[in-house]
Design a protein around this ligand. Structure first.
Ligand code: SF4
Length: 282
């Protein structure tokens, strides 16, 4: 079977169990960044270290020794602009993508600021969050149509890059890939060795199996097949997702929002159309 990328907290027991595997390591601070790089790359490959912080970007004490470490840093917000500004030169030398939760309205602007400054960034949508689709559309328009130079904003960039131009009508893009949550590519193991398909499933105790030895067989379980089949459940009932033009990008992720608004349909239809417009221009 294909070897999936393993998403795990920092654990030498898990890492040293494997050879020639790709890893995403999850941490909550910067204490062991270079040690993790060394440990993973000894016998395996480091895809990224994701640092989940509950603090502002401006409060991070960036280190030039992280220059060869692929980092994803989840921050609460930008923080103090002047403090951040003093750190821009160093940030640009590092391989970092910052994620901002967009349950804070200011983060829409923070994402635009970072992107305009040439710093890679993206947004995170909390589980069950009701979205401000108008704000998200403004960000999309900035990303797609702004003439000023700017760096990538995820997951927009992933969606554009992974559009299969040769098969536009049978193709779908699971942008959860940028969050290490795409079940076609990633498998998660937690500190108790519970195996799951995503951060959300892990939080909800939806596990495929348990134990490091079962990582490579976890995707042969009935639970895995059920989760994958859920992607298509909207098509066997009369559900708005089954005839939504944006399904190929959204995959029904926001069906819980439909009770309060149809904003998701408008947004994803716009995004779907935009990426083809963009592809035609490129
Ligand atoms: S945009 Fe809304 S209606 Fe369309 S697939 Fe997503 S959740 Fe379903």
């Amino acid at each position: 079977m294909d070897k999936y990328i393993i998403v795990s907290p920092y654990s030498t027991t898990v890492i040293d169990k494997f050879r020639e595997r790709q890893f995403v390591i999850l941490v909550n601070d910067f204490d062991n960044i270079n040690e993790i790089l060394e440990c993973v790359n000894r016998n395996n490959f480091l895809v990224s270290i994701q640092v989940n912080l509950n603090s502002s970007l401006s409060s991070i004490d960036f280190n030039e020794k992280w220059d060869n470490v692929p980092l994803r840093i989840v921050v609460s917000d930008l923080g103090d602009y002047l403090t951040f500004h003093k750190k821009i030169d160093l940030i640009r030398k590092l391989n970092i993508l910052f994620y901002f939760p967009i349950n804070k309205i200011d983060n829409f602007l923070n994402i635009q600021i970072l992107s305009s400054l040439g710093i890679n960034c993206g947004f995170i949508i909390s589980d069950g969050q009701l979205l401000d689709w108008g704000k998200l559309s403004e960000l999309l328009y900035y990303y797609m149509y702004s003439k000023s130079k700017h760096s990538i904003i995820e997951p927009f960039d992933y969606i554009i890059q992974n559009n299969n131009k040769n098969d536009i009508f049978n193709n779908f893009v699971d942008y959860n890939n940028v969050y290490f949550n795409d079940p076609d590519y990633y498998i998660h193991i937690d500190s108790e060795q519970n195996i799951s398909l995503s951060f959300e499933n892990s939080k909800r105790n939806i596990f495929l199996d348990i134990g490091i030895d079962n990582i490579d067989s976890a995707k042969e379980t009935k639970q895995y097949k059920n989760i994958i089949e859920d992607r298509h459940k909207h098509f066997i009932i009369n559900h708005p997702c089954s005839y939504c033009p944006g399904w190929r990008i959204c995959l029904g992720k926001f069906s819980y929002c439909l009770r309060s608004s149809n904003g998701c349909i408008e947004f994803f239809t716009e995004l779907f159309n935009s990426k083809y417009i963009l592809n035609n221009i490129l």
